[in-house]
Every structure is written in structure tokens, then in C-alpha cells.
Design a protein around this ligand. Sequence first.
Ligand SMILES: Cc1cc2nc3c(=O)[nH]c(=O)nc-3n(C[C@H](O)[C@H](O)[C@H](O)COP(=O)(O)O)c2cc1C
Length: 248
Amino acid sequence: MNDTITQLFDRKSVRVFEDRIITDEEKTLILEAAIQAPTAGNLHLYSILDITDPAMKNKLADTCDHQPFIAKAPMVLIFLADARRLYDGFNLLEREVIAPGVGQLLLCISDALIAAQNAVVAAQSLGIGSCYIGDILENVEEHRQLLDLPEYTLPIGMVVFGYPVQQQRDRKKPTRYRREFIVHENTYRRMDEHRLKEMMDTQARDAGLPTQDFKQVLDTIYTRKFASDFALEMNRSSLEWMKSFLPK
Ligand SMILES: Cc1cc2nc3c(=O)[nH]c(=O)nc-3n(C[C@H](O)[C@H](O)[C@H](O)COP(=O)(O)O)c2cc1C
């Protein structure tokens, strides 16, 4: 394995940070690396909010599903899907302009997340850990106001960065599903009960854990991640974020 691939395999989320700043030089490198990411049509359909205000970090730690480590992160970046910038430009033209639609929304989201992952990988190469925070999609009204977000923007991801404490460096990375369950040759194959069980059982075995009743595992995932209060709130808010892009 070369260094790049080793780094990709080693990367894991970091949620406890050393009391050590990220220098301006490091931050600049991470942001510049993000901007080097591929972007549809080279249009840069995203913006990055660099949250430096401690009061805003505190607020986000609360509004993003009460995760206090957000406030303690030396660097917090919010990746916005952003069709606003170009739409404002188009409106300067002396012609009728069609508002951004769902196609543009999906491209904006793609651009924003690809840039985010470039930032994550660049940070990792400097020894700086990171954690995505999906809960930035929640509480649309509060987040819209806090971040001053206009129509045709959507905060698709927040990433917090900092130097990992030793315990986080030592923490075992969660085991992934095996490749054979993720990669399909040519066409999509739905999984039957047997294959779903195999996927969950092999994950447990690869992690060195005892296998559990796979339906129990699925039930826990469903209850915690799909039917929980935060998930329902995320669905409500996401629809609201998307509204400006939907047909009127
Ligand atoms: C889109 C997305 C949203 C996430 N949101 C959160 C979050 O709100 N809080 C958190 O602690 N981790 C969050 N994570 C981190 C995942 O829990 C983590 O990536 C996963 O458990 C795998 O662990 P690893 O990153 O250490 O390999 C998020 C990851 C992604 C990709």
C-alpha cells in the first residue's frame, strides 16, 4: 500500500481534541486543498463557512443534537451546497432566468461533499483529525438565521477538526461491511434475508465481536438512526432546506 491509500484506510473520526490550535498556515492548506476538489463544470457550486466565533460554536454544539465536542473543536467548517452565488450572477443578465432546480441541488451537494472530503484527507495528512456532523441539517429555522443563509443554499455537512488525543489515536476504527456487499458488478442486486444476515455477521466477525441476531441489529439501527427524534427532525428540516429548489 502506498502512503495515500494507507492514510485512507487509517482515517477514523476524532471527537476528542488536544488543547492545540490549528495554525493559520494549516487552515489555509486545508481550505486550499478543499478548493482543489473536482467540481461540476468547474462552477464551485459550494461555499465554506469557517466558524471562528466561540459563541456560534457553542450554539451549534447545542443545535446539532447536543454534541459538546463541537464547541471544543479548534476548527469548524460548514460545507454549503450553494446555487445562490451563480444565481445572483445570472440575475444580472438582461434575460429571464430559470431558478435553480433539483438537478442543480444535487450537483451543489456533490460539489460541497467532495470538497469536504478533500479537507478531511488534507487535514489527516497533517495529523489533524476530523468528524462529520450530519445534524447541521436539523433545526432549519435556527441554522438559517444563525448562519444568515439565503434561499438556494443548504448546509449539507459540518466537519470539526483538531489534533486527536492519544485515546482517540488508539481507538479502534469501526469495521466496514465487506466489499462484496457494497460493490455490484454492472447492475444492482437487492439483498435477500440470507445475504443481509451474512453482511452483518461478517462485519461482527471481522470486528472480533460475537454475532448477534441480525434482525435485532437492524431493529437497533432503525430505532436509533431512522425513527428517532433527530432523524425525524432531519427529515422535516431537509424538506424545508430543499423547498426553494423544488418546482413551485
Ligand atoms: C454524513 C455524516 C454525518 C455524520 N454525523 C455525525 C455526527 O453528527 N456525530 C458524530 O459523532 N459522528 C458523525 N459522523 C461520523 C460517523 O459516525 C463515522 O464516520 C462512522 O461511525 C464511521 O466511523 P469512522 O469515521 O471513525 O471510521 C458522521 C459521518 C458522516 C459521513
